[in-house]
Ligand binder design. Structure first.
Ligand code: ATP
Ligand code: MG
Length: 366
């Protein structure tokens, strides 16, 4: 999607991806190999003017190596912070951005002790390289510690873990922010997100029931992060709303799944703005174009003809082979009012497994 956004701007992309025939190869040349292959990194450095990433598992050492030769944006510091949940949460706390209470746990005994000290439901998470809720376990109390440790702590390469208070959120929101190389900033309206089994299913933009104060508060938090890193590019901030108050869940130093609806739903998509930001072009307007909902297509693809028969529907397929739990594409509906958006989403629910249920309740936190 970055490659597609770059083409009309005259920006051609050279992609590094270990999977032969990666989705991006359809829109630009792909170097196939490991993210830390010295020869391929040297080729990127030689042939590119700027390097960016849209995937958080890129090794920090590889990004640092490239940064010696050319600009790597967003800055490597943001990538490093996002790769370790403990460092990330400590940073948020240091910047005065509220989060769920958390504590690092290095072993099962420590986990049991931490659960005894703090009453109430918790979530145990890998510190590094979790995604789509993988490497997480919900825990109701100390008697579930052993099972949770078995599930998460003993995963290959899990390393030390983080225990968080489980938030009983009213809803989940995200803020997609962008900062240019000149320091110019822009913010999209808050997006409302619904997850199932830890995977993002539905994003609605703009979120309804957002007052100016909530939007301002979220932007303030994002600015602290952007300034901290000397950032350029898109940064997403995932948020919970608990009793009307914003708590940060995590940051993503990249274009974000909850921003995919901006392709049709904003004056300038997050992808175009990310490219404008990292290449030093002026940022584009983030104003919404009506009301949009983005639904991830996970594991299997409904027939395109049926999806596209829904008024206002736009389809984005990633060219990936179907696999359970895999994001294969997304469909965005645009509408003139929130009610029309709901109506069109109802039309999609007939074809997308689980969507009806997601629309009829309000999220996993309740
Ligand atoms: P992704 O890469 O998709 O963002 P992730 O694996 O990095 O996912 P998180 O964002 O930490 O994981 O968690 C995924 C989802 O699990 C959250 O969006 C939220 O729905 C739920 N969740 C995570 N932490 C908490 C918490 N402390 N309290 C309540 N729910 C939570
Ligand atoms: Mg997340």
């Amino acid at each position: 999607m970055l490659g597609l956004a770059g083409h009309p701007l005259g920006i051609s992309c050279l992609f590094l991806d270990p999977a032969p025939g990666a989705a991006a190869a359809a829109v630009g040349e792909q170097l196939v190999g490991a993210y830390d292959d010295p020869r391929l990194l040297a080729e990127l450095a030689r042939r590119c003017e700027v390097v960016t990433y849209e995937f958080e598992k890129v090794p920090v050492a590889a990004a640092e190596r490239l940064a010696e030769a050319l600009p790597v944006l967003p800055p490597v510091g943001a990538l490093a912070a996002a790769q370790d949940r403990l460092a990330e949460k400590e940073l948020l706390r240091r910047l005065g951005i509220p989060t769920a209470d958390f504590t690092p746990v290095a072993g099962e005994a420590e986990l049991i002790r931490a659960l005894e000290e703090r009453a109430g439901p918790a979530i145990l998470k890998r510190r590094r390289f979790g995604y789509d809720g993988k490497g997480q376990a919900a825990i109701a109390g100390p008697d579930e510690a052993a099972a949770a440790w078995r599930e998460v702590g003993r995963q290959a390469g899990a390393g030390p873990l983080l225990l968080e208070r489980r938030i009983s959120f009213e809803r989940e929101l995200s803020l997609v922010a962008v900062r240019g190389r000149t320091g110019e900033t822009a913010f999209y309206p808050l997006v409302e997100n619904r997850h199932r089994e830890g995977i993002l299913r539905l994003s609605m933009a703009p979120a309804i029931r957002v007052n100016e104060e909530l939007q301002q508060r979220a932007e303030e938090y994002a600015v602290r992060l952007l300034d901290e890193f000397g950032y350029a590019g898109v940064l997403a901030l995932e948020l919970f709303v608990e009793r009307g108050r914003l708590l940060a869940n995590e940051i993503a130093p990249r274009v974000h799944n909850s921003g995919h609806g901006s392709i049709e739903g904003a004056d300038t998509s997050q992808f175009e703005n990310h490219l404008r930001a990292v290449t030093g072009l002026p940022l584009g307007s983030t104003s919404p174009r009506g009301w949009t909902a983005m639904v991830n297509l996970i594991g299997e693809l409904p027939p395109a003809a049926e999806l596209l028969a829904v008024p206002g529907a736009h389809l984005h397929l990633y060219g990936k082979a179907p696999r359970p739990g895999r994001k294969l594409g997304h469909v965005t509906v645009t509408a003139a009012t929130p009610a029309e958006r709901d109506d069109r989403l109802g039309g999609l629910a007939a074809m997308i497994p689980g969507l009806g249920e997601i629309l009829s309740d309000r999220g996993e936190g309740e």
